[in-house]
Design a protein around this ligand. Structure first.
Ligand code: PMP
Length: 367
């Protein structure tokens, strides 16, 4: 009553999926097929458990705020100075921190839509406005329209590639065009939460283009997706300049990356074979699920992520509710103009089979 800022009370809740425990209890099901949060179907590297165990005798100490070992490994592999990295409790946390760092009331965040819901929510927290440019009909990035909007010098441009929820990756040429069009007043945020799932042909190259750009920019990465550590909460940003990374440390809560998260992420990062196995498995299953969706007339967008976005050709919320009643979770899209679309995560083969069979049944009942 009058305490919370009124514009925050008006915010929609972030739809972060459901509690598995609650769902199992509600539906009385042993097995819930959870394909709504883009998690790793193969879980994390087996090296993670022992590494987390090994920090138990130090758990009474605060975590290493310098994140020295992980920082050194990433700095070496990414070819940037260690002072250009900033670690946070997942990349969600980094979106929130970055937006609080740079947005003034009334500022604009420019992004293509459909888009990861958190960008708009974090913009609203900072009393900023989100300018949304719809993807092209063939699910390529709407680069011409984004370039036109860059003329107004928005404070932030977010490029999510591969894009959640669409799955499309921006082409290198399109990225170059956007970087050329962005003025020095616009922070370019390249959200690469799904970069490890990309094909060998282009994986990592977007970041190299960004590195050649004078700035200002920040790339966002996470251990939640291909590294299979969503429950641990650790991600990081790579900045064009050490000053931007340093500012993250001024805004983040001081010890928000736990000792266990750091140990788990170090071990996961050390097991690139697991990441490669994940990528190969997901690519194979993604092709198979995409072909099955196409055969059902539900053309999925081309995807480089561990998920597919498809048009149910009827309200996706109702389709998702029917699937949910049968223990299958997918994410119906919430944004206007995309409410017939849904995103499904690529799971284990048996989970994908259950999803496809249940979807077929639900759509036939609704025909
Ligand atoms: N960016 C994108 C595009 C995402 O899809 C997600 C997770 N859904 C995140 C960032 C945040 O992931 P996390 O906080 O787990 O690192």
């Amino acid at each position: 009553n009058g305490l919370v800022r009124p514009e925050l009370l008006a915010l929609a809740d972030y739809n972060a999926g459901v509690s598995l425990e609650k769902m199992r209890a509600e539906l009385g099901l042993d097995r819930v097929v959870k394909l709504d949060s883009n998690e790793n179907p193969l879980s994390c590297s087996p090296a993670v458990g022992p590494a987390m165990q090994a920090v138990q005798d130090r758990i009474f100490r605060y975590p290493d705020r310098e994140e020295l070992r992980l920082r050194a490994a990433l700095s070496r592999d990414l070819g940037v100075g260690p002072d250009r990295l900033a670690f946070t409790a997942g990349s969600e946390d980094l979106v929130s921190i970055l937006f609080r760092m740079v947005l003034r009331p009334g500022d604009t965040v420019l992004t293509a839509v459909p888009a990861f819901g958190l960008y708009e929510i974090c913009a609203q927290h900072a009393s900023a406005h989100t300018q949304k440019v719809p993807f092209n009909a063939d699910w390529s990035f709407p680069v011409d329209a984004l370039i036109a909007a860059l003329a107004d010098r928005p404070r932030v441009l977010v490029i999510c590639s591969p894009c959640n929820p669409v799955g499309a990756a921006i082409t290198l040429d399109d990225l170059d065009r956007l970087l050329r069009a962005a003025s020095a007043d616009t922070l370019v945020v390249l959200d690469e939460a799904y970069v490890e799932f990309m094909d060998d042909a282009t994986r990592g190259q977007h970041f190299e283009r960004l590195k050649a750009h004078d700035g200002p920019w920040m790339a966002l990465r996470t251990f939640s997706k291909a590294y299979g550590l969503a429950g641990l909460r650790i991600g990081y940003g790579i900045a064009h300049h050490p000053a931007l990374a340093a500012a993250v440390y001024k805004v983040r809560s001081p010890f928000n990356v736990s000792a266990t998260a750091l140990a788990g992420a170090e071990a996961a990062y050390g097991d690139q074979d697991h990441v490669a196995a994940t990528r190969d498995f997901v690519a194979g299953e993604r092709d198979r699920v995409a072909a099955a969706l196409r055969a059902m007339g539900l053309d999925p967008a081309p995807s480089q992520g561990n998920f597919l976005f498809f048009d149910c050709r009827r309200p996706a919320r109702a389709v998702a509710d029917h699937l949910r009643a049968q223990g299958v979770l997918i994410k119906p899209w919430h944004e206007a103009d995309y409410r017939t679309c849904a995103r499904v995560t690529i799971g284990r083969a048996e989970d994908n089979d259950t999803f496809l069979a249940t979807l077929k049944r639900v759509l036939a009942e609704d025909a």
